[in-house]
Write a protein that binds this ligand. Structure first.
Ligand SMILES: [Zn+2]
Length: 398
């Protein structure tokens, strides 16, 4: 049964202004799990890409995205973390993640969508009446413990990687899904390989997404990164005490002031991270305002987690509802300029700055770090080696 609709904050009178602004400037949602639904509903990825043009299960499809005046969408590549702490166990994670990248690329071929990676692409797609479409990989477990895979993700146009999902991995410690996890890395932060990952993400221009990671992973990553960081779908812990949300001391590290990271925090609609007691659109707006007060209005955005959550909040039930949130911010006195930033302007600035850092670092030597638990490297197919190489190894190993 749908919850009763309560009287709103008077935002109705801002609706037309919101719609006009959203027609002129893109709202970019940094976290939508549509590939997860496509993978569950369609065995055939080509059919799935076509079918979202009409009504489709979940929170998101083209008609509802149009109605909600969505401008850009980050589609998440996601797989559940496997239990345990032996990250070298054989898995299909990299294959399944690659299949989802392919799924998103198939969607980009459809008439309503267009590939995007930076602000220029975003504006080009928006002007052409298409959804600017980005790839995000939600979880370092899909890197197969390998910086080589990271470099390939970069070539495929992956725009962000969330360092963990709800489990730790070879690179970083996770916030878990509620109950604290036993630490596996020193201080429950980054591993040595994880520190290399941060540098390599800076060098390859992939945004470092710190949603889902442990507090210490957040702190260490922000300290290490030469580029602005992203929280693709997180809220403020002071307003909703959940380990997935961001503590104040980390919020204090983000901002425009000298010495702070110029990153952006996109607020999430998931009821558990908004506040389980009476989760509403107004409470999402409270999180946005709280983070804006701590970090500045240039450091907030929207990352719904549509299609990845059981329950969104009252008032933000699916992709048709973005204009209501924008009207709410107008009712709270946000100027058009501030809202253009909230909708996507802030994020576009971050993407451009991440690309500038990539340009500065492009001649830096790639990281040769290899996960210390790997026993399969160097490759040992001795019987397949040419005699010259075998002789070399025999000499060396004497
Ligand atoms: Zn998530």
């Amino acid at each position: 049964m749908a919850p009763p609709t309560r009287p709103r904050s008077g935002r109705e009178k801002y609706r037309q202004r919101a719609l006009d602004l959203m027609s002129a400037h893109p709202l970019i949602d940094t976290h939508v799990d549509l590939p997860l639904i496509l993978r569950a509903v369609n065995r055939n990825p080509v059919e799935g890409a076509e079918q979202i043009a009409g009504p489709y299960p979940g929170h998101v499809d083209v008609p509802r995205m149009r109605q909600g005046k969505l401008g850009g969408i980050f589609m998440a590549v996601w797989l559940p973390c496997r239990p345990g702490t032996d990250y070298c166990l054989p898995s299909d994670d990299v294959r399944d993640a690659l299949e989802q990248v392919d799924q998103i690329q198939l969607i980009m071929r459809e008439k309503d969508f267009q590939y995007a990676r930076n602000s220029e692409d975003t504006l080009k797609a928006f002007k052409a009446g298409k959804f600017a479409t980005f790839i995000g990989v939600e979880g370092g477990h899909m890197l197969g413990n390998s910086l080589s895979i990271l470099r390939i993700w970069a070539q495929l146009g992956v725009r962000y990687i969330t360092l963990t999902h709800t489990g730790h991995n070879a690179f970083a410690s996770s916030a878990g899904s509620g109950d604290p996890l036993d630490p596996v890395h020193p201080g429950n932060g980054l591993s040595e390989l994880g520190k290399e990952l941060i540098k390599e993400m800076n060098r390859t221009g992939i945004m470092i997404d710190l949603s889902h990671v442990s507090d210490e992973t957040m702190r260490q990553s922000i300290q290490l990164s030469k580029a602005p960081v992203l929280f693709s779908h997180s809220n403020a812990r002071t307003l909703c005490d959940h380990p997935r949300n961001i503590p104040d001391d980390v919020l204090d590290m983000i901002g425009s002031e000298e010495g702070k990271n110029n990153g952006v925090i996109h607020c999430v609609f998931c009821d558990k991270f908004v506040g389980l007691e009476d989760p509403t659109l107004e409470k999402v707006a409270d999180h946005i305002e709280y983070i804006a007060k701590k970090c500045g209005k240039a450091h907030v955005g929207i990352g719904s987690d549509f299609d990845g959550i059981d329950y969104s909040v009252e008032g933000l039930e699916d992709a048709t509802k973005y204009p209501d949130l924008i009207s709410e911010m107008m009712a709270r006195g946000w100027t058009d300029e501030e809202i253009i930033g909230l909708m996507g302007g802030n994020l576009m600035g971050v993407m451009d700055e991440v690309d500038r850092v990539q340009q500065q670092l492009k001649d830096q030597k790639p990281s040769g770090a290899v996960y210390d638990q790997r026993t399969d490297l160097p490759g040992i197919w001795l019987e397949n080696l040419p005699q010259l190489a075998r002789t070399h190894l025999e000499e060396r190993n004497k």
